[in-house]
Design a protein around this ligand. Structure first.
Ligand SMILES: *Cc1c(COP(=O)(O)O)cnc(C)c1O
Length: 460
């Protein structure tokens, strides 16, 4: 079987996600036969370095032998069972272990099978909590502009205005959207911290005006990933936690992309500095809901979880006739294989000290993009842990962007594929989000190909 064979059969019947299918009249679809570590391989032995961890899921490389063995053993014992009325070892052990690692104060785990569903769970649970408390006027949510929380209608509605959201606008909830702390657009000479603090004012205003009707604020901590890897200072998290407490509104942290070490700590919420009135406190905030998915299974199987606090759980705990139970389920909720893969992934975090070794890779990515920081068509190179983003611009100084219709990022994508590197730019933003097992040599190759690709894509 050749690449061309699968290409044609796929285009005959598979409707691919996030794709204008007509593009594939000239843009070849890439059939993947196998994968190992950071490498994908097609049917003609061409290899591609997976610099974006297959949509940010694959943190320990493809087919990591430890995860593969754990899955094989699990398959010999239990494949799947419903989680209503039944339970199983992987779901129990994973809940225990996640809660030990998560910010203090989270004590309950609700499983789902993809990130969007974990967001839906958090939104419904927050609304339902207030309803069970008799606060039926709380029906709205506050979200940030430029944010992304998934594709199902509830999660999609939370996303900032964009093509994804606007197309389906007539179907969607109407959250209160607040300007983002995205530091790319800060004033000249302004520090990340100052800009972040200044932008927080908008959120505080929204809470002042809408807290009475608001269930929760939902954010992506530190990095708005799908929104172009836009980043902000962790002080925002500290200020937001305090404000949510003050106004009686839940805080939902969507760590689906940034969780599991991606930002340099296990969870992005762990970066929040202590509040100014308590400088000696431990860093980190505890959200009321924390949504996890993507990296949770090391990129092997779909799984998601929404963590929450005991008092929220208790608001649903009552006699059957009180009709307070949470109403949500998916057929594959808490699938044993996926939970087993997640447990193996947590083992790897413990055994490999990966957060420490990632610091070396993080520095290497930074030093190997030095040339790009001087490039006349690069407005910014920014980094948070194992995410490094390069913003191409028509005018780097004024930050005037390239028109989207020019599809400059796509040129980089095509060039990199020729060179055997999978980058998948978000508009004018080229980024690296590699598996943590990438070697220094592979980092150099990835950076070199991106640098050449950007040079070619910005020539005219
Ligand atoms: C990917 C993503 C989601 C959606 O997860 P899916 O598994 O793709 O449904 C939600 N929030 C954030 C921040 C994400 O990056």
């Amino acid at each position: 079987m050749s690449n061309e064979d699968y290409r044609q059969r796929s285009l005959a019947h598979v409707w691919h996600p996030c794709t204008q299918m007509q593009d594939h009249e000239w843009l070849p679809l890439i059939p993947v036969k196998s994968a190992e570590g950071v490498w994908l391989e097609d049917f003609e032995n061409k290899r591609y370095l997976d610099a974006i961890s297959s949509w940010w899921t694959n943190i320990f490389g493809h087919r990591h032998p430890y995860i593969v063995n754990a899955l094989k053993a699990q398959l010999d014992e239990l494949d799947h069972v419903l989680l209503a009325g039944f339970t199983h070892a992987p779901a129990v052990e994973l809940a225990e272990r996640l809660l030990r690692l998560a910010p203090p104060g989270l004590s309950r785990c609700f499983y789902a099978d993809n990130g969007s569903a974990a967001v839906e769970v958090a939104l419904k649970m927050s609304f339902h909590y207030w309803r069970n408390q008799g606060q039926t006027q709380k029906t709205r949510f506050i979200a940030l502009e430029n944010s992304y929380h998934g594709e199902t209608l509830g999660a999609l509605a939370m996303g900032g205005p964009s093509m994804y959201r606007d197309t389906y606008a007539p179907l969607l909830l109407q959250p209160i959207h607040v300007p983002s702390p995205d530091c790319y657009v800060r004033g000249a000479g302004e520090s990340w911290e100052d800009y972040t603090r200044r932008q927080f004012w908008h959120l505080d205003q929204a809470l002042q005006r809408h807290a009475h009707e608001t269930c929760a604020v939902i954010i992506e901590p530190l990095v708005q990933c799908a929104g172009g890897m836009r980043m902000y200072h962790p002080l925002y998290l500290t200020l937001l936690r305090e404000a949510c407490d003050r106004y009686g509104v839940h805080l939902i942290a969507d760590e689906i992309a940034v969780g599991f070490g991606r930002t340099g700590r296990l969870f992005a919420c762990d970066w929040a500095p202590p509040p100014s009135h308590d400088r000696d406190a431990q860093p980190g905030i505890t959200p009321d809901f924390m949504c996890l998915s993507k990296g949770i299974t090391g990129g092997t199987l779909p799984l998601a979880v929404t963590l929450t606090r005991e008092h929220i759980y208790e608001a649903f705990y009552a006699e059957h006739k009180a009709q307070k139970a949470f109403l949500h389920s998916h057929s594959y909720t808490g699938n044993p294989l996926a939970c087993r893969a997640a447990l193996a992934t947590l083992d790897l975090f413990e055994e490999t000290r990966v957060l420490a070794t990632n610091r070396v890779l993080t520095q290497l990515m930074w030093s190997r993009t030095e040339e790009l920081r001087q490039h006349p068509k690069v407005a910014e190179v920014r980094q948070q842990g194992m995410i490094l983003a390069i913003e191409m611009a028509k005018n780097a100084r004024s930050r005037e962007p390239y028109p989207a219709a020019e599809r400059r990022g796509l040129r980089v994508y095509q060039y990199a594929l020729e060179q055997g590197v999978l980058l998948r730019p978000l508009g004018n933003v080229i980024y690296f989000m590699p598996p943590y097992v990438i070697t220094p040599k592979e980092v150099e190759r990835m950076c070199q190909v991106a640098t050449e690709g950007i040079r070619l894509a910005t020539r005219d």
